[in-house]
Ligand binder design. Structure first.
Ligand SMILES: [Zn+2]
Length: 253
């Protein structure tokens, strides 16, 4: 797929708009409200939002993060998710070989972004999101023409997490983390997937220790969402092509 500047800008703007839809889904998921239909309202005063209030990133910056009608603060989650979606769209565009690959991988990363935010807020990963990630990563595996070895990689990488969940009956680690890791293995394969896994553990341990040392609210027994770290590690492997095992192998072979 040829990469062009104008197409790149168009993809980024399109991703920005998808990011603001993702925000709407994030706030309405499991609240009984339809995720996509119905007008957007201010969370505090309930005033209907106009077109000028809903321009991704721009509205937040222009209104300085406040509602235009009641001046209450708007969550920084909105611009953050919008910017993240735009970066993901551009990042996927820059490295996928075809538009169908782009479609599948971008949907996959948007779902992973949903999981990151949802897990941070609610300490749980919705089953529907896990199922969607599994289907999309299988589609990626199929399109990439990878063999059975990569299917096994998913199970192999997830085994330690699933074992921890099994032993602790889901108390030390939720089942969602292991199930997510199966899909990430299908997406990345054993070598890059293994690197992503190692990065996730380092990042998780660093943040965990930091949180315990710096904040009195956290103890060793605090619930820490691990899925965001797994996804962060996968992002380093997918977008930045970090692959420890490949690097080590290339030094010796
Ligand atoms: Zn308001």
């Amino acid at each position: 797929m040829e990469v062009g500047f104008v197409t790149g800008v168009a993809v980024t703007l399109f991703s920005l708009i998808l990011g603001s839809f993702l925000n709407a889904i994030l706030y309405r998921y499991n609240t009984g409200r339809s995720a996509l239909s119905g007008r957007s309202c201010c969370m505090h005063c309930g005033h209907r939002l106009g077109v000028l209030d809903l321009v991704p990133l721009f509205s937040y910056a222009w209104l300085k993060g406040r509602c235009r009608y009641c001046f209450s603060k708007v969550s920084w989650q909105y611009p953050l998710v919008e910017a993240a979606a735009a970066l993901l769209g551009l990042g996927v565009y820059l490295q996928t070989p075809s538009w169908i690959f782009f479609g599948i991988d971008f949907c996959l990363w948007l779902t992973l972004l949903f999981i990151v935010v949802y897990d941070f807020r609610h300490f749980i990963i919705p089953w529907s999101a896990l199922a969607l990630v599994a289907v999309l990563s299988l589609a990626h595996w199929y399109l990439a023409g990878w063999g059975g070895w990569n299917l096994a990689a998913g199970l192999f990488l997830a085994a330690p997490l699933l074992l921890i969940s099994l032993i602790s009956k889901g108390r030390w680690m939720g089942w969602g983390d292991g199930l997510l890791e199966i899909s990430l293995g299908w997406l990345l394969g054993l070598s890059a997937g293994g690197t992503a896994f190692v990065l996730a553990f380092w990042a998780g341990a660093l943040v965990g220790i930091g949180a315990i040392l710096l904040s009195k609210r956290y103890t060793m027994n605090s619930e820490v969402p691990f899925a965001p770290f797994l996804i962060l590690g996968a992002g380093c492997a997918y977008f930045l092509h970090v692959d420890f095992f490949q690097t080590v192998a290339s030094l010796f072979l």
